[in-house]
Write a protein that binds this ligand. Structure first.
Ligand code: HMG
Length: 445
């Protein structure tokens, strides 16, 4: 069977930066440690006045197509995953195709375009759609362009405000990929949940604490479902595990639970039992509360062991390195986690050809999905072409007053008249409104 997977990717971060410890924490009257240690975040990215989900997505896609020497004729499908859409009918992919048609002689009239919605997991669902389209033999030798783009804003003073972010990831899905091959096996954990939603409103209604527990519960189901189809998982099977990362502290919790789960019945589980005792079993406790207290105590002891900490440092920590600097990108979040892990591997000279990733996606509402990816020769060149470090470094750093202004600029309900903080150059920029309320864009040389 021909391999199908991600051939190349590009990342575009919003051009503004809010430093959480230096700027946000003092203004909120909080200890900076809550952000840097607790949530695990240093900064958030925000879009400048002329940036939005279309410009970020189009800029990532153009950079990808340009670097790979592609033209619209090579693309048979454009899927955009977003939960920040501004139109309930016309998909963002049409706007992005319109942008790209400004810079290519050919058009995308032949390409199937759509928009996927299921909170943050729709980026991975769009990868699935592209994979299935190619596997079904409907692609006529063309590749799919999958774009995950979001402006993850919360209402001012919502606890989620510290986890905001904005950026886009463009991925080319094709046969014989140069980055990763996707597994056919997938595991799901999906339930009707009311933890994070946007019922016809821009900013989410969030039950933050509950959303953390829902993430963990659905992720556990997805892991179990994956093991049912792919076989038991051993902690040594996967080089890295990129998780959906709303903030690195969330992944710290998910990783501990996942590890506790996958070591059961393995040699690692036996070694751990010698060191900290056996995992508590429900049957040994009279009440749920007693059992949960014992599980918490066991998990705390587990995360203190050298064995766990080594595994975490190699398998999880590298995937969090971009996220720490940019915040939650919703649909793009798990995809920047994959990129961060591979970037770390390249910078540290790790040989990953044929190594495997376990990719753990999540979307509120709620659904988790777990699949495996095999890293293929070519990955180093693809990852080496990313400019995300430079983009992160070059962001304009906002004062708190400027942050308040830019939040208003991107708030659909607020009136604002703010000058841009940076100047667009060789990129798509928002260019005002059309006669039917549509957004207009232009390429700025
Ligand atoms: P909060 O309640 O303000 O924060 O917001 P907290 O008081 O829980 O503190 C956060 C952590 O910092 C805690 O760590 C504190 O102990 C620690 P934990 O106990 O949880 O391990 N802390 C400190 N550490 C060191 N030094 C200090 C200090 N002070 C405190 N001085 C909350 C947290 C998650 C509720 C909030 O950020 C929120 O509502 N976020 C938005 C929802 C969210 O991200 N949920 C995650 C799961 S759902 C998901 O991932 C889906 C999503 O991406 C959307 C989608 O799918 O579309 C959100």
């Amino acid at each position: 069977m021909t391999a199908v997977g991600i051939d190349a990717m590009e990342i575009w971060t919003g051009k503004l930066k809010l430093d959480l410890a230096e700027t946000f924490a003092p203004a909120q009257g909080d200890d900076p440690g809550k952000y840097t240690k607790g949530l695990g975040l240093r900064a958030s990215s925000f879009p400048d006045v002329y940036e939005d989900i279309v410009t970020m997505g189009a800029n990532a896609a153009y950079r990808l197509m340009d670097r790979k020497g592609l033209t619209p004729e090579d693309i048979g499908r454009i899927d955009v995953a977003t939960e920040s859409a501004f139109d309930n009918s016309k998909p963002v992919s049409t706007y992005i195709a319109g942008c790209l048609e400004q810079v290519y002689d050919e058009n995308f009239h032949h390409a199937n375009k759509g928009e996927r919605k299921f909170a943050c997991i729709s980026g991975t669902q769009s990868l699935d759609d592209a994979y299935n389209w190619i596997r079904a033999g409907r692609n006529r030798d063309r590749a799919a362009l999958v774009i995950a783009t979001d402006t993850a804003l919360y209402a001012r003073d919502d606890p989620g405000e510290a986890t905001q972010g904005a950026g886009a990831v463009a991925m080319l899905v094709d046969e014989d990929p140069n980055l990763v091959e996707l597994s056919t096996e997938q595991g799901y954990g999906s339930a009707d949940e009311t933890d994070f939603l946007k019922p016809n409103q821009q900013f989410p209604s969030v039950d933050g604490k509950r959303s953390v527990n829902v993430y963990l519960a659905r992720m556990r189901e997805a892991l179990e479902d994956f093991a049912e189809v792919a076989g038991d998982i051993h902690p040594g099977d996967y080089e890295m595990i990129p998780f959906h990362t709303p903030f690195p502290g969330m992944v710290r919790k998910a990783a501990a639970l996942g590890y506790r789960h996958i070591i059961r019945g393995t040699d690692v589980g036996d070694l751990m039992a010698e060191e900290i005792g056996h995992q508590p079993m429900r049957a040994d406790f009279e009440t749920d509360d007693e059992f949960h207290a014992a599980i918490k105590e066991y998990t705390d002891a587990l995360t203190e062991t050298e064995r766990y900490q080594d595994w975490y440092a190699n398998t999880i920590e590298p995937t969090l390195q971009i996220s720490r600097e940019v915040g939650n990108w919703y649909t793009g979040s798990v995809h920047i986690a994959r990129a961060a892990g591979l970037k770390h591997a390249r910078e540290n000279g790790l040989d990953l050809d044929e190594a495997r990733l376990l990719v753990a996606s999540y979307g509120s509402g709620a659904q988790a999905e777990v699949h495996a990816e095999t890293i293929v020769p070519g990955w180093e060149e693809e990852i080496g072409a990313l400019s995300i470090d430079e983009q992160i470094r070059n962001r304009y750093e906002l004062s708190f007053a400027e942050y308040e202004q830019i939040h208003d600029v991107h708030n659909h309900e607020a009136e604002s008249d703010v000058e841009e903080f940076t100047a667009p150059e060789d990129e798509f920029a928002f260019d005002g409104w059309g006669r039917m309320g549509e957004r207009k864009y232009r390429y700025v040389e």
